[in-house]
Design a protein around this ligand. Structure first.
Ligand SMILES: NC(=O)c1ccc[n+]([C@@H]2O[C@H](COP(=O)([O-])OP(=O)(O)OC[C@H]3O[C@@H](n4cnc5c(N)ncnc54)[C@H](OP(=O)(O)O)[C@@H]3O)[C@@H](O)[C@H]2O)c1
Length: 235
């Protein structure tokens, strides 16, 4: 799993360990959070490992998979969750912002999947890939163009990988809405956000984990994008 130090990512990694998986996960800048996450995971899944990997660099992804291969002999599930996200209002998006957001979200997901399928293709059982996109890929957010364009690209590459590597590998995407809000400043905007959500609450990491569980138990779904957003996309 990539991005296991994220707010949502760390909850997903723990839940996957709880399902009996040995977890090999990546972090980039949050070494302390990664160590804490690994400690929690190892209570449940003692063989789990972590590695630093900047997914915007192909060489880092290749090195992470080389380390994976040295330690493990099968890959059942890839969750590609690494992402960065910040405001980039038009028309002032810089080349650095574009490269940073698109390389981390889109290029990173693409090459992570490409490395994973090299292992999965050789296995004799059905493997699964879950990519993480965002409902904003379907909305028109003028202050987040590089991020939302990259997430839309992830949805398309999810379909390309699903079609190319069927029937041995099932590839689906989850598109969360807003999952949790913690800070006081954000609490003030929480009410405004909830007004846009037909199910009248923000999402919880458990809403995403339940969807992952559903995909792990499904044998006849591939190439789909599942929005987990309380109906936000309907507005
Ligand atoms: N949380 C939400 O409300 C929400 C809503 C819509 C979509 N999503 C999507 O759901 C997924 C998980 O969300 P989250 O809340 O866990 O995100 P998050 O808290 O922003 O965490 C981002 C994760 O990506 C990693 N990352 C950032 N830049 C990286 C790079 N260059 N190379 C490798 N890893 C990098 C971070 O690692 P370090 O911290 O170690 O650098 C961290 O583990 C993401 O794909 C996100 O876009 C989340």
């Amino acid at each position: 799993m990539t991005g296991a130090t994220g707010m949502l990512g760390s909850e997903i990694a723990l839940s996957i360990a709880g399902k009996g998986y040995t977890v090999f996960f990546t972090y980039n800048s949050s070494q302390e959070k990664a160590a804490q996450t690994l400690e929690k995971i190892r209570w449940i899944s003692p063989e789990s490992q972590m590695i630093r990997c900047d997914v915007s660099k192909h060489s880092d992804i290749a090195a992470a998979f080389a380390a994976f291969r040295q330690q493990f002999d099968r890959l059942d599930l890839l969750i590609a969750s690494a992402s960065n996200f910040y405001r980039t209002p038009l028309p002032d998006v810089t080349e650095n912002e574009w490269d940073n957001l698109v390389d981390t979200n889109l290029k990173g997901t693409f090459f992570t999947l490409q490395e994973a399928v090299k292992i999965m293709q050789k296995q004799s059982f059905t493997a699964r890939i879950i990519t993480m996109t965002d409902i904003s890929a379907h909305l028109v957010w003028r202050n987040f163009a590089p991020y939302t364009v990259a997430k839309a690209g992830i949805e398309h590459l999810t379909k390309i990988f699903a079609k190319t590597f069927a029937p041995g590998i099932l590839v689906n995407a989850i598109a969360p809405g807003t999952i949790t809000v913690n800070t006081q400043k954000e609490m003030e905007t929480e009410e405004a956000m909830i007004k846009k959500i037909p199910l009248k609450r923000l999402g919880d990491p458990l809403d995403i984990i339940k969807t992952i569980t559903f995909l792990l138990e499904s044998d006849y779904i591939t190439g789909q994008v599942i929005s987990v957003d309380g109906g936000r996309i309907l507005q």
